[in-house]
Design a protein. Structure first.
Length: 526
């Protein structure tokens, strides 16, 4: 009975989204890959080879086209796009647009500013469960659409069971309502077939199975590491002499990662959970590297549940509740999980600079786990404030919302400073230290500057902190002038445009001229 019911549910879900009917030209409907701040790619499979056009634009009126040759599997790459912009797309076959619901097919390019907010989702192990016919997988996808609304989706591996007939068609039928609107970044799991076949379905900007990308405040590193392989696989595939390890160290040192507020590393095989030498080898090799480069979060798939382990200040999560038969979290392993939960679920990652929040959400919308991360203080409050474009200091005020001193700084002192230094782009950012993330960020800041003798409220200007009786207009003004003096040619000039000051200056100048004239005439008379 359950088998029949699940089959009916999945069939209805597929038909509701318009891809299962015989009138559809697609064996696999359009899905998005390789989204960046300036590009994206749309992929699809046709039942019969046919040439066509991808049409796209910043509105559903469409302004640009990409010709597509006759093929059963097509990838259309779009370039030259604007950051953080929504684009609509459609496919034209036989001079007719396929999708009538023009507003339903779109993607949004990534932001190129770490202060831009974004939300994305992660899930793993969506391959068919016993007797479920994909209904558990479909329920997870529906919960992602309902509760997370991600701009992109990371899949941690085991998308399908390659031994099942029609597995890829089933996968894309279920995920199409999501993947037609957000880019997919998948990892290959043990059940996903060969590397060549996988990359042909998910083409990348390069031929490597490992890759990275950045979106606003986050840098994501996607490694290719299978689970339950012989020792020779790990030494050759991720060992110190391997191409992947060399690429990883270079990426961790890259400018794109350095300028990101957060770093997330994803790969299929989990760490710490099994007492076998292969997993232990990866731990000893990779964990010191993650610690050295201040990685914030490591997420793996492979096991069909959720767990979180803290190791040397780094959070290691397993998220494999995408639809495969659930497992009970294992108690054995080198480190005991601080939290574990067996449920169909996904992870929602919310970026609101300088805080990143990871929520575990089950299919009912219940948040069963949550962890907040705060960006490194050096990235929130950079030591330098100069630039070739000019000196534009940013002031950071730490305090409580109801604090009288905070109000005085914001409503009395700061407006006066903006008036005096009208040529600068002075900005005052307020951080509520009643919130744990902001309090933690301030602690990191004090530690970096080597000065902990302050009580709230505290104002940061450059590398200096002011608090208590020093929190005055005169003291802040002096620090702004000190900071500007250290910036040479870019130093700002205070605005002293008061009419009284101007009048006094003119009066003194005229008096000096008159005095010179009188002295000159007296000499002539003498």
């Amino acid at each position: 009975m359950r088998t029949v019911f699940c089959a009916v549910v999945v069939t209805l879900l597929v038909q509701l989204h318009g891809h299962a009917g015989s009138s559809s030209p697609f064996s696999i409907p359009p899905y998005l890959v390789n989204v960046t701040d300036s590009s994206a790619a749309v992929c699809w499979n046709l039942k019969k080879e046919k040439a066509g056009l991808l049409v796209y634009g910043a509105s559903a009126a469409y302004t640009d086209t990409i010709p597509c040759a006759a093929a059963s599997r097509t990838t259309a790459a779009i370039k030259g796009l604007k950051p953080n912009t929504r684009y609509y797309y459609n496919i034209s076959l036989d001079d007719t647009l396929v999708f009538k619901e023009r507003q339903e097919y779109f993607f949004t390019t990534f932001a190129d500013d770490i202060r831009e907010s974004c939300t994305f989702a992660l899930l793993g192990d969506t391959r068919t469960g016993e007797e479920s016919f994909g209904s558990d997988h479909a329920a997870v996808i529906e919960s992602i659409r309902q509760y997370s609304h991600p701009s992109f989706l990371i899949h941690l591996g085991d998308l399908v069971d390659i031994t099942e007939k029609g597995c890829w068609e089933n996968y894309f039928s279920i995920e199409s309502p999501l993947l037609r609107q957000c880019g997919l970044f998948p990892l290959r799991g043990n059940s996903d077939g060969t590397q060549e076949d996988f990359l042909s379905r998910f083409p990348r900007n390069g031929s490597s199975p490992w890759f990275s990308f950045s979106s606003g405040p986050v840098h994501c590193i996607m490694l290719d590491i299978q689970s339950r392989k012989p020792h020779s696989y790990y030494t050759g595939h991720i060992g110190p002499q391997s191409a992947q390890y060399s690429w990883l160290t270079n990426d961790l040192s890259s400018e794109s990662r350095k300028k990101s507020a957060f770093t997330i590393v994803c790969f299929f095989t989990p760490l710490f959970l099994d007492d076998d030498e292969e997993t232990e080898y990866c731990e000893k090799l990779l964990c010191p590297l993650f610690e050295q480069y201040n990685v914030d979060l490591v997420v793996n798939g492979s096991r069909h549940y959720f767990s979180r382990i803290m190791h040397s200040g780094i959070s290691y999560m397993v998220s494999g509740g995408g639809g495969a038969v659930l497992e009970l979290p294992k108690k054995e392993g080198r480190e005991k999980a601080g939290f574990s939960h067996a449920a169909f679920h996904h992870l929602r990652v919310s970026m609101h600079y300088p805080v990143m929040t990871v929520d575990g959400i089950d299919n009912s919308g219940t948040v069963f786990f949550s962890q907040a991360f705060t960006a490194n203080a050096e990235k929130i409050f950079p030591a330098g404030a100069s630039s070739d474009a000019g000196f534009s200091p940013s002031l950071a005020l730490f305090g409580s919302p109801g604090c009288d001193e905070c109000r005085r700084v914001k409503e009395e002192i700061f407006p006066g400073l903006k008036q005096k230094y009208h040529g600068l782009s002075l900005r005052l950012d307020f951080y509520d230290v009643d919130k744990e993330a902001n309090f933690s960020a301030y602690g990191d800041l004090e530690s970096r500057l080597g000065n902990t003798k302050h009580q709230f409220p505290v104002l940061k200007i450059g590398n200096r902190l002011l608090s208590g009786t020093s929190l005055t207009f005169e003291a802040i003004d002096a620090l702004i002038r000190e900071q500007s003096a250290g910036n040479g040619k870019n130093a700002p000039k205070p605005h002293n445009g008061s009419p009284m000051v101007l009048f006094a200056a003119v009066f003194i100048a005229l008096s000096a001229i008159l005095l010179i004239v009188l002295l000159s005439q007296r000499r002539k008379m003498g």
